[in-house]
Design a protein around this ligand. Sequence first.
Ligand SMILES: [Zn+2]
Length: 803
Amino acid sequence: MEFRIPVSPRRWQILSAIEHALDAIDLQDVGGTAAAARAALTGVLAAPAHASAHRISAVGHAHIDTAWLWPLRETVRKVARTVSNVTQLMDEHPEFQFVMSQAQQLAWLKEHRPEVYARAQEKAKTGQFLPTGSLWVEPDTNITGGESLARQFVHGKRFYLEEFGVETEEMWLPDTFGYNAALPQLMKLAGVKWFLTQKMSWNTTNKFPHHTFWWEGIDGTRIFSHFPPVDTYNSDMSGADVARSVRNFQDKAAANRSLIPFGYGDGGGGPTREMIARAARLADLEGSAKVVVEPPAAFFEQARSEYADAPVWVGELYLEFHRGTLTSQLATKQGNRRSEHLLREAELWAATAAVRHGAPYPYEELDRLWKTVLLHQFHDILPGSSIGWVHREAEETYAEVARELNGLVGTALTALAGPASGSTVVFNAAPHARDGVPAFGAAPARETPAPAGAVVAGDSFVLDNGLLRVTVDARGLITSAYDLSAGREALAPGSTANLLQLHQDFPNEWDAWDIEAFYRNTVRDLTEPDEVALAEGGVRVVRTFGASRIEQLLTLPAGVARIDIDTKVDWHEREKLLKAAFPLDVRAEYTSAEVPYGHVNRPTHTNTSWDAAKFEVCAHRFLHIGERGWGAALVNDSTYGHDVTRDVREDGGTTTTVRLSLLRAPRFPDPEADQGSHRLRYSLVVGADIADAVREGYRLNLPERSVAGSAEVAPLVTADHPAVVIEAVKLADDRSGDVVVRLYESHGGRAEAVLTAGFPLAAVEETDLLERRLPEAGEHVVADDGVRLTLRPFQILTLRLSR
Ligand SMILES: [Zn+2]
């Protein structure tokens, strides 16, 4: 027991009572004398807590990693052991309550251990077993895409509703490696009121200033949030943990409550009898916090009512740790990225074929495939921090998911494309019209202009499409990217772009997880080429180093100021980090990085320790930098880790260098991580604003599909404002045949848009993520030209369109 009241008489009274208890016990007859020893303690144990004592809501918990140092299949057994244990403890201790936070784990139990699952359902009825967390798994939230996060809520909440009759209201993510700033809005749209994690206590630079606060997302939505000050999700409910909670709690002046999740995780069985007994013993003791075993929702209701004016934290919750998880295990990350875009295509085209031709909509297949993809977004799979076995299986699963989704897409496109007579139809699943093909529509194939091609100029190569002129030198490095429309050079004077840089990457402790700031102290620039030559409409560059080989094809597509870099890597490095650098002549105050359903702005300077700690950051499909009037974007099809640095040159200009983290090679927990062949694509878009960055990001990730046929396919839905991006088009999960559309404002401004349906529209209803009517939503009037919408910056809207 830890005492923090050294001047209190209480300390001396307790020590005296313990002395009497020890005197009373006869070690030759413990059974016969224990009662006397207990009696000696009765007085001090009967003294109640102070009226002002901190209040702790304790709840049984077992943090079970859905895969990590074991494969998925082992987790089924861990879950069965844990649930067997806790339901037995519930029989013995009617006051004991336990939260279970990943719907997938209960779904496994239902399938593999129905008798244990029945016990959980029985104990849910008595209020002891508490389905919690609202998500399918506890996912990564840096890398997971926006629509995936929406479906994490849909499938998690729906499972708890259907199986347990419980509407969960918490987002429970104690162990995830950082939290994107779109989450508050997604939570609210899923009917989730509370957010809990403790992971920010792992920050290595800055101490997070609050334990209880309102978290405000990019659109302005606020969610009441709590970080248990016990700083663990595996408390043993000891006096030391209770004392630490009280001591750490940073909001003491205005609030007096915190939560402790107690119990062994990862197959350790959850809470023990001893922990439950400690919670009871610590309920009401002088000098200690009061402890009540109760559900998280009860804690949150009371915490909010005592602290309704809690401070506000705006924007992302960046974890100053585990930055390597943005890059480790590239193939797993690519599997997720591809799956997310294929799911979008499959739903869109299947819905279009269903509405236009009455084709059957693959409800079951899509439900199953979504759940498979959601499972692999677990916070040790998608971040790349599991053993090789897990990642090997994930890659096989993603290949199967891609095969099935391509099958569904193919079936729908064949139905839509109409009879072929040697003709071809081009389908565009992106939210922007492309080369004469409308968004979500199809048009007969036309001659597409060839890439600009490259010409030899002295010992350099020049690619010029009338918008952008790129010079590649004899080393295969880009020495100039001239924006012909703006009449300015994109690259900093004397610099080279697409410079591949190899860093030693030896983190202090967590190999697959961490990149340390000191990695920048050593670097090898890969400037020596094996080959630089004209090829396939562009320039091919081959480099070998160590045991590895990189082949890049640089091309300039027609009609856009963008250079595409298609990279094939045969990677056999160990403990190395491969970066691709683009030093730009731009004085950017901040970068804009795509995150789920929007983007975040991060300063380029390192004025504060908070800015300095963000030396490796996450971006989804684009990272944009700009000064007033001009900007550039790096877009990618695989990469999440980025870093941005700035320097002021002797000529007074500012160089802002953006680098993509292409590959790592950690050795723990998978000694073979990232070894072998990879292919990834990225592009530099010159003269780009945010609208260009959004569009080019989608373009790179959603290539058009050419199918034999002759039909022109009109879009099922159209939004007429460039900032309004339609993210999902599907048939309603209730199988009513209604079309569900999810869209968002993507530029960070206000948008007045008209949504037009390509079918007779009976009614429009605004819904939550689970496609349930939002009671507080205003009416949407269907006019002749469609539905008028007003969106605030980054607002997400789900609409149910009845036919
Ligand atoms: Zn975990």
